[in-house]
Design a binder for this molecule. Structure first.
Ligand SMILES: [Zn+2]
Ligand SMILES: [Zn+2]
Ligand SMILES: [Zn+2]
Length: 127
């Protein structure tokens, strides 16, 4: 995101345009709820009076995708994971331990690890 470090702005104290230096971002205080924007605070170089000049959306904390989400995405993209009717109860989902009564199960094209970094839990393992 681009940021102007200084600008010539009207200063309320000096009563004429002065050089203002970027000072800080400050969360807006909305009447209710979370502030969604930050004000950009600039300070007059002459008298150090602060003023707001512009605002920008509050930076969202970078949402880290959970390992579970990544695993799921990987499984769908690489291993062809999809929902299918549970074979044990034929999709009815009543008192079925195979699908936990959901009637559907995840099926995969392949559960073999696609590489050394495959995050899928190794299943089977043979007898
Ligand atoms: Zn000033
Ligand atoms: Zn079932
Ligand atoms: Zn994989």
């Amino acid at each position: 995101m681009s940021l102007t470090i200084y600008a010539s702005l009207m200063c309320a104290s000096c009563r004429h345009p002065t050089l203002h230096l970027f000072h800080e971002r400050r969360l807006q205080k909305p009447p209710a709820g979370d502030p969604a924007f930050v004000d950009l605070i600039y300070v007059c170089e002459g008298c150090e009076t602060e003023r707001v000049w512009g605002s920008e959306p509050k930076p969202q904390p970078k949402r880290r995708r959970s390992a579970r989400e990544e695993l799921r995405e990987h499984a769908v993209a690489v291993h062809g994971m999809r929902v299918a009717d549970c074979a044990a109860c034929l999709g009815v989902g009543l008192s079925c331990s195979s699908c936990d009564d959901r009637g559907s199960v995840w099926v995969f094209d392949s559960l073999d690890p696609c590489g050394p970094d495959c995050p899928l839990p190794v299943t089977g393992g043979g007898p």
